[in-house]
Design a protein around this ligand. Structure first.
Ligand code: HEM
Length: 572
């Protein structure tokens, strides 16, 4: 009897008992080194937040019949996603007053660390090769049909933006207790640099040097670079010498600023491993690797929460909501009952608002802080090899810490809303149409639903939106939608007046605050918990980390930069 009791109490918590999606876990080892998949971060629910878990929901979803895209209140189709993009998200170059592009791109890196919708099939099959709308297409396609008279697309006779659906729990018969379809994410939900370490043993093994605790990076022209790959589907190759990069996340190559942030963290890992080896010459590779990884993740969590997010969400609000703390030493606020899973509304709406803040070109800047060249986004997207040409890497690294972001409003650069992933085509995709279509495929609750959840007044008439949206934008909503209850979260949220000291209005701020609270509280190994494995002294050193230090320590050609890389020099 005692034996049975022992077996039940000691092993049962580690045996997967429900049908949650995510990896299958049979046993946890209670250590303060993280697993790659994030399994066993929560010892009671060991597969919480692991790859291919469901997103969580802030509010009940709204789908049409059989999980299709919902209809407007009057039963008609919602306004065409490209039409909304064209009418609401026009081009503008108004610069953000304080933030540099390095803040926005670190935001993208953080967004990628937390989630990655698991797409069903090949998006490429969802329009014809010449970007034409297909009446007959694979079942998983949810492409956007471009309306007539579109100024960007009509000229080139392009009628289709390719979008595919995302996988849900139903596809894998998991999380069957949910009453609705819930999409799956490919990454784990933890802020753990899985982007550079990989999520599975199989990938991870190919990324490690297995010597001196280091990641395997190539030395080319005297600097560490990612390993190269010729087989990566997402890269655009023009010359036979062009290459993609290989690291823990396939999105590494998407734009050069994002690639640089990936590279800074991989180099930081190796820098930490070298320092640890010189202090502890008798440590073996594994001990050096795991300790360097633990410190790098702690620095990443610190920079994200204490340097970046206060600029996005407001420092005082974050303090008030216990997302950051002033107290020295460990905070120890882990709560094993909080799920780490990412809110669908956060990933498909709140965090995507930053797509409107991306510059349409990237500045190259010299040591004196003067821009000397620039490149259109379309010419550098999915071409990481471009970074290794001429002085591009140093120029862009200085540039991203110098160039202002675009102001947070509905305006979006055409590089993002017409010329995205253009490759050798005459015109590209539109991120706004894709975002809106994705948010509908994911059945996000409406703007009005989430307003109510966030304690704002639920609008009965369009004019009730005037509390947070300018009259001329409310007028646009009236033209596009039949009823206040039809308005998409993405559209209403982006239209809201930006709250002073933040990058969004009350609805998106509310979603993001709730998410970032959940992300820290649900992580047993969070750097401010004593279970993280860090000592108090290490913790106080981690609190000296900064984005500028990350660049200064790891970008070999950068001699000087401002103390706060996320802030423009003149506004410090
Ligand atoms: C040049 C810059 C960028 C490009 C080209 C880009 C492009 C994309 C694309 C193509 C997707 C997937 C669309 C889909 O099929 O649903 C995506 C998703 C996303 N992006 Fe961006 N993006 C950029 C910058 C950013 C920034 C700055 C942020 C945030 C600070 C961000 C946050 C997100 C989020 C949260 C998702 C959804 C993640 C998920 O799948 O759960 N992106 N982006």
């Amino acid at each position: 009897m005692i034996f049975v009791y022992f077996i039940l109490t000691v092993f049962l918590p580690f045996i997967l008992t429900d049908d949650e999606c995510g990896v299958t876990v049979t046993k946890c080892v209670n250590t303060n080194y993280r697993t790659l998949s994030g399994e066993c971060t929560n010892l009671k629910n060991p597969n919480w937040g692991t790859p291919q878990s469901t997103y969580d929901r802030f509010a009940q979803p709204r789908y049409g019949p059989d999980g299709t895209i919902r209809k407007a209140v009057n039963g008609s189709d919602l306004p065409n996603a490209r039409l909304v993009s064209r009418m609401v998200y026009q081009d503008n170059t108004l610069p953000e007053k304080r933030l540099t592009m390095s803040a926005i791109e670190t935001g993208q890196f953080v967004a990628h660390d937390l989630s990655f919708a698991f797409l069903d099939g090949n998006t490429g099959l969802c329009c014809s090769a010449s970007q034409q709308w297909l009446e007959e297409k694979p079942e998983q396609c949810r492409s956007v049909k471009i309306p007539e008279n579109d100024p960007s697309y009509e000229l080139y006779n392009v009628t289709c933006i390719a979008v595919t659906r995302s996988h849900t729990n139903k596809d894998f018969n998991c999380s069957t207790n949910l009453k609705y379809d819930e999409q799956l994410t490919e990454t784990n939900a933890f802020l753990d640099l899985s982007l550079i370490y990989g999520l599975t043993e199989e990938i991870h093994k190919t990324l490690r040097a297995y010597k001196d605790g280091k990641l395997k990076l190539d030395i080319r022209n005297g600097q560490e670079w990612f390993l190269q790959s010729k087989t990566h589907l997402e890269c655009f190759f023009s010359l036979s010498t062009d290459r993609c990069y290989r690291t823990g996340d396939s999105r590494v190559d998407q734009n050069p600023l994002l690639t640089i942030i990936h590279l800074m963290w991989a180099r930081e890992h190796n820098r930490l491993a070298s320092k640890l080896k010189s202090l502890n010459p008798n440590w073996n590779d594994e001990k050096l690797f795991q300790t360097a990884r633990q410190i790098a993740i702690a620095e990443h969590q610190y920079i994200t929460y204490y340097e970046l997010l206060p600029l996005f969400l407001g420092r005082e609000t974050m303090l008030k909501n216990n997302i950051i703390h002033k107290k020295p030493g460990f905070i120890n606020d882990y709560d094993e009952n909080i799920r780490p899973h990412i809110y669908n509304e956060h990933a498909q709406a709140g965090m995507r608002r930053f797509h409107t803040m991306v510059q349409g070109d990237v500045d190259l800047v010299n040591e004196e802080g003067c821009p000397y060249r620039n490149a259109n986004l379309r010419d550098v997207i999915n071409k990481p090899h471009w970074l290794e040409e001429r002085d591009n890497f140093n120029g862009i690294t200085r540039g991203m810490n110098n160039q202002p972001a675009i102001a947070p409003d509905t305006f979006t650069r055409r590089e993002m809303s017409s010329f995205l992933f253009i490759s050798n085509k005459p015109v590209g995709a539109d991120i706004i149409s894709i975002d809106l279509q994705r948010s509908r495929i994911h059945g996000l609750a409406t703007y009005n639903d989430i307003r109510e959840k966030c304690g704002l007044k639920k609008a009965e008439t369009f004019d009730d939106f005037l509390d947070h949206i300018e009259p001329k934008k409310v007028k646009l909503l009236k033209e596009l939608y039949d009823h206040p209850n039809s308005v998409d979260l993405l559209v209403g949220g982006t239209m809201e007046r930006v709250k002073e000291g933040t990058m969004a209005g009350p609805t998106f701020n509310c979603i993001m605050l709730k998410q970032f609270y959940k992300t820290r509280k649900s992580d047993r190994l969070w750097f401010e918990n004593s279970q993280s494995g860090l000592t108090e002294r290490q913790l106080s050193e981690i609190r000296k980390a900064s984005i500028s230090k990350l660049f200064c320590d790891n970008a070999v050609g950068i001699k000087t930069m401002q103390k706060h890389g996320f802030l423009q020099v003149s506004k410090m």
